[in-house]
Design a protein around this ligand. Structure first.
Ligand code: A8S
Length: 218
C-alpha cells in the first residue's frame, strides 16, 4: 500500500526479535488484565477488540481522547452536541446517529480520561437504543519496542460491558456492538494513518527547502 511510502523513506525497522515480541505481548497482557477485565452480572456480556495503527501514539491518542468530536472517526455518528462540560471527565455528549440504524440518539458520559496511561472510559446513560448500561474502555499503547519502531506503531484496545436485553442473547448483543466498534476502530486507523502520511510528505517536501535556507544563512 502506498501508505507505507514515508516509512520506507525513513528505513523500516527490522522485524522484532522473538524476545521483543514476547515483551510486547507481556505488556499488552498486563494492560488487558488491568483495564479490560470486567466483572459481569449474569445478564451482561462483554467483548474486547484490538486494532494496530501505523501512526504515532500521540496522534492516535489525541483522536481517542477528544470526547466532543467522536464524528472525527466514528462513521455512524451524524452529529454531537455537548450537554455538559467541554471534554473533561464528567462531560456529557448527545450523539445523533446516521439513519438506517435501530436508534437515533445516545447520551454518553466521560467517566475517565488519563493522559499519562492513555485510558479513556465512557458510559451510555440514555438514548433510544438497546445498549443499556453500556460502558466502554479504550487504551492506547506503543506498538514497537525500540525507538525507531515506537514512532510509528500504535495498538488500540477497546472493551465494553453491556446488559443483554431480555428479548436478545449475549451473542447477538455482542455481535451488534462488535460490528460498530470494529468499524470505528478501522476508521480511526485509516484517519490517523492518513494524517501521519500527509505530515510525513510535508516533512519530506519542506525539509530540503529549509535545509537550503539554513545553508545560505551560514
Ligand atoms: C461507540 C460504540 C457503540 C455505539 C452504538 C456500540 C450506537 O452509537 C450506534 C447504534 C446503536 O443502535 C446504539 O463507541 C448507539 O460509539 C451506532 C446509538 C449507542
Amino acid at each position: 500500500m502506498d501508505h507505507d511510502l514515508p516509512y520506507r523513506y525513513m528505513g523500516k525497522a527490522d522485524p522484532p526479535q522473538n524476545d521483543q515480541v514476547y515483551k510486547n505481548a507481556d505488556r499488552l497482557a498486563k494492560m488487558i488484565d488491568l483495564y479490560h477485565t470486567h466483572g459481569l452480572s449474569p445478564n451482561q456480556c462483554s467483548s474486547i477488540l484490538v486494532q494496530t495503527i501505523d501512526a504515532p501514539l500521540p496522534l492516535v491518542w489525541s483522536m481517542v481522547r477528544s470526547f466532543s468530536t467522536p464524528q472525527a472517526y466514528k462513521g455512524f455518528v451524524k452529529s454531537c452536541t455537548m450537554l455538559a462540560g467541554d471534554g473533561a471527565v464528567g462531560s456529557v455528549r448527545e450523539i445523533m446517529v446516521v439513519s438506517g440504524l435501530p436508534a437515533t440518539k445516545s447520551t454518553e458520559q466521560l467517566d475517565r480520561l488519563d493522559d499519562d496511561l492513555h485510558v479513556m472510559v465512557f458510559s451510555i446513560i440514555g438514548g433510544d437504543h438497546r445498549l443499556e448500561n453500556y460502558q466502554s474502555t479504550t487504551t492506547v499503547h506503543q506498538g514497537g519496542e525500540d525507538q525507531e519502531e515506537a514512532g510509528g506503531k500504535t495498538v488500540v484496545i477497546e472493551s465494553y460491558v453491556v446488559d443483554v436485553p431480555a428479548s436478545s442473547s449475549s451473542e447477538d448483543t455482542c455481535l451488534f456492538a462488535n460490528t460498530i466498534i470494529g468499524c470505528n476502530l478501522r476508521s480511526l486507523a485509516m484517519s490517523a494513518e492518513k494524517i501521519a502520511y500527509e505530515n510525513m510528505i510535508l516533512l519530506v517536501e519542506i525539509l530540503p527547502f529549509s535545509w537550503n535556507i539554513m545553508k545560505r544563512q551560514l
